[in-house]
Design a protein. Structure first.
Length: 489
């Protein structure tokens, strides 16, 4: 025991003599044990990451004018920007600043520059909205004048009553940003407490880099703010904290677990931009290489990059734009979740684009063990009668039947090799690849069919191309579909 104490004392003395290099590294501050456990139990590697549009916080190009920044974004192929107050406007107005004080002429010039570059001004911040109705309206009026949809700010007033009234009146979102301490919003718990239960247009501008500065795992912060994230300032840093040498790096090169964050945003069905705000001062004169590396990294880990999202959001939420219905019944589309629910008699919701060789991926769920549905492939003509069932293949969904009528079968022709469907009430993942005559069906990771398609049973002939369709069967045991993606081969 004495020997152990002596060794410990020597270690302490040596560390103290050696100086700061031997000081204990700061530890990650976990928001809660529950969130820490939730992050640890989430299989981020298995998430099929969906594509998110890129944007830039203009602060990334703070050494350039607003007009020059637009030229940079056009070169990068980035079509959206979040402006910040005070950037030099440039061009015809080399002394003007981009802010609420711009004249009508200057504002019109900025709008024309945006249009010429093909860039959308989606956001503005971080902006001081003040504490009075007059000061807040000044910022909201500017947003309306410029077509801005999101205001990133750190409200000084703890009472959000007025703010909530204004977001409803102007239909402009308020995204609470989290600068590091001493900002009052440096803790995600504080942001959550302010936005929880408020109008859905009041939420978080989630800045992952600033949470890393404060030794907070951004994954926990994202989980805490699920459903309230309206804007994302995505950052990667070489390490947590603010020690000498720690700085912003291109996405994927640091310890920010960018892929996990993208997976978390996918799980949350985040509907916004990935906004690059690069703050590395050593690269401020030319942030373009880091921007390019960041976009390349995100594309490399985006599973559905280059796919068509067949059920998309419009201004009012998810909608069936591009789809048509033939026959009895219909599919309800939940505008918030994008989940389709079949109702009524046997009909077909078909997608209005002919496909030859393609991959289709979706998730489906059976409401009861007797749910009957299917996905029709290469329907040769626009359905105007039930005749299409004799000229196209149906990948069957029916756990109550067997053989050529069971889930994963080519209905009435070829039985599935495996029984891989999940019980009613659980989501299944389905991948269908149709290349020439070859049809491959993978259900929940297991190959149900890998088959040279041919007519058989009720199917008289097959077309080389056609429409896809989702079948509704009855209202007693409806099918559900979501996350329908297509890729032409």
């Amino acid at each position: 025991m004495k020997r152990a104490l002596a060794v410990f004392a020597l270690v302490v003395i040596a560390a103290a003599a050696a100086g700061p290099a031997y000081q204990a590294a700061p530890q990650i501050r976990h928001i809660s044990a529950e969130l820490q456990k939730a992050v640890a139990s989430t299989d981020y590697a298995a998430v099929r990451i969906k594509p998110f549009p890129f944007a830039s916080e203009a602060w990334t190009f703070r050494k350039f004018t607003f007009v020059e920044t637009l030229d940079k974004l056009k070169e990068l192929g980035v079509a959206a920007i979040e402006a910040y107050p005070g950037q030099t406007l440039g061009g015809k107005f080399p002394e003007a600043r981009f802010n609420e004080a711009m004249t009508d002429e200057q504002a019109a010039y900025a709008r024309e520059a945006l249009k010429a570059a093909g860039v959308t001004l989606y956001g503005y911040g971080v902006v001081d909205i003040g504490t009075t109705e007059e000061s807040m309206r000044r910022v909201f009026d500017f947003a309306r004048r410029m077509g801005i949809r999101v205001l990133a700010c750190e409200p000084a007033d703890d009472d959000f009553t007025l703010l909530e009234r204004l977001v409803k009146e102007y239909n402009v979102k308020i995204a609470i940003h989290n600068h590091p301490a001493p900002s009052k919003y440096h803790l995600p718990e504080t942001v959550f407490a302010r936005v929880d239960g408020r109008d859905p247009r009041i939420g978080s501008c989630a800045d992952s880099g600033h949470w890393m500065r404060g030794m907070i795992d951004p994954r926990e912060a994202f989980k805490l703010l699920k459903g309230r994230i309206l804007d994302v300032h995505l950052k990667d840093r070489s390490d947590f904290g603010t020690a000498e040498g720690v700085d912003d790096v291109a996405w994927g090169l640091g310890k920010g677990r960018i892929r996990d964050l993208l997976a978390e945003l996918t799980l949350q069905d985040y509907d916004g931009y990935l906004t690059m705000e690069y703050e590395n001062e050593s690269e401020v004169a030319d942030p373009m290489p880091a921007f390019r590396k960041s976009m390349a990294y995100v594309k490399s880990v985006t599973y559905y990059d280059g796919w068509i999202q067949a059920l998309r959001r419009g201004s009012g939420g998810y909608e069936k734009h591009g789809w048509n219905h033939y026959g009895p019944g219909y599919f309800e589309c939940d505008p918030k979740t994008g989940v389709l629910k079949g109702q009524g008699g046997m009909g077909l919701l078909w997608y209005g684009r002919k496909l030859r060789d393609f991959v289709l991926e979706c998730e489906f769920m059976c409401s009861t063990p007797t749910t009957n549905s299917g996905i029709f492939l290469r329907v040769p003509e626009v359905p105007v009668s039930d005749d299409y069932i004799y000229h196209s293949i149906e990948v069957q969904i029916d756990d109550a039947s067997t053989g050529v009528h069971h889930t994963g079968a080519a209905y009435d022709i070829e039985a599935p090799k495996v029984l891989a469907s999940k019980p009613a009430g659980e989501w299944n993942h389905l991948r269908i690849e149709f290349r020439g005559p070859r049809l491959k069906v993978v259900l929940n990771g297991k190959t149900a069919l890998d088959w040279e398609s041919r007519p058989g049973g009720k199917v008289r002939d097959l077309a080389p191309e056609g429409y896809i369709g989702l079948q509704n069967h009855d209202s007693q045991s409806p099918p559900f579909f979501r996350n329908v993606f297509l890729k032409e081969l």
